[in-house]
Design a protein around this ligand. Structure first.
Ligand SMILES: NC(=O)c1ccc[n+]([C@@H]2O[C@H](COP(=O)([O-])OP(=O)(O)OC[C@H]3O[C@@H](n4cnc5c(N)ncnc54)[C@H](OP(=O)(O)O)[C@@H]3O)[C@@H](O)[C@H]2O)c1
Length: 273
């Protein structure tokens, strides 16, 4: 049975993904910044699915050291990981910095999953056909990527812009990772969950949720990328629901940007991987 790491399974889309994975009998592993909340979610998932193999380890993605510790905890307990779904994310509307003093949307949404992926590669390599799934968003189409001020330090803070940039980074990360994984048995794809009702929008003015799908609907894209036989051996797709979404912004397919972002990000991560 497969071992699957899904980050951010304490709420929203990740929790729904974890539920389906547990229902199907997989071993499900997630991070949590709040272990009390994780214990409750674990109990609920185990009760609802009858699968006892649901595991949470501490992992605060606003702290690169904590991401490192989460990866170490996984490596200590599990010899291989078949699927890594990078799902945890935040949408900060006001300037906040991570533990390392890095702008929060960039740190949590891009740097943390990149670090986790790099640290889990040895375990993913041990699985027969490992899959990596990165969670982006249609927000990437705002086409914001400021290499000369990626943390928005030299301009007024804009939470929509920094979030959208981080979601473009998710796709560019996948693009470069695909290059790095050439010749291996691992694949990498990116998903858009669709706009669904979750706490992601808690820092914003009240939304009108009429007719907005729930988090279970938002889980479909990641579940398809992670599990579908149609995705076996396939890399480099942008998936929405159960199909490829061809509607990627031009910046999201730019290999030069992908390489540049990779190098910039490695500078941030150099003491952690
Ligand atoms: N909802 C949408 O419409 C939508 C649309 C496009 C893309 N997305 C993407 O989908 C992903 C999941 O979002 P969601 O809508 O399910 O949001 P959510 O309900 O707010 O869930 C986010 C998850 O990430 C975790 N998380 C946030 N910050 C963290 C941190 N610093 N350290 C560790 N864990 C952290 C949360 O943990 P806690 O339980 O501790 O808060 C939670 O488990 C995100 O990457 C988001 O960008 C969502």
């Amino acid at each position: 049975m497969k071992t699957i790491v899904i980050t951010g399974a304490t709420a929203g889309i990740g929790k729904e993904v974890a539920k389906v994975l547990a229902q199907r009998g997989f071993t499900v592993i997630s991070n949590a910044r709040n272990l009390n909340k994780a214990a409750q979610v674990k109990q609920q998932l185990v009760q609802e699915t009858g699968n006892p193999n649901v595991h949470f380890y501490e992992g605060d993605f606003s702290n690169l050291e904590s991401v490192q510790q989460f990866a170490q905890a996984v490596a200590k307990q599990f010899p291989a990981v078949d699927v890594l779904i990078n799902n945890a994310g935040t949408w900060e509307m006001e300037r906040k910095n991570s533990q390392q003093g890095i702008e929060m949307n960039f740190a949590v949404n891009h740097l943390a999953p990149m670090l986790l992926t790099l640290l889990l590669l040895p375990l993913l390599k041990k699985a027969p056909n490992a899959r990596i799934v990165n969670t982006s968003s249609g927000a990437h189409r705002r086409n914001i990527l400021l290499f000369d001020d990626i943390e928005f330090k030299n301009q007024p803070y804009n939470g929509v812009a920094t979030y959208s940039q981080s979601k473009l980074c998710n796709i560019l990360f996948s693009l470069q990772l695909q290059e790095e994984l050439k010749g291996t048995n691992m694949t990498v794809n990116t998903v858009h969950p669709g706009i669904v009702q979750t706490d992601l929008f808690k820092n914003m003015e009240t939304r009108n949720w009429n007719n907005t799908p729930n988090a279970a609907q938002g889980a479909r894209s990641a579940l398809y990328a992670a599990l579908s036989p149609q995705m076996e051996g396939i890399s480099g797709k942008y998936i929405y629901l159960e199909q490829e979404d061809p509607n990627l912004s031009p910046m999201a397919t730019n290999k030069q940007y992908a390489q540049q972002l990779w190098n910039v990000s490695l500078q941030y991560l150099k003491n952690y991987c």
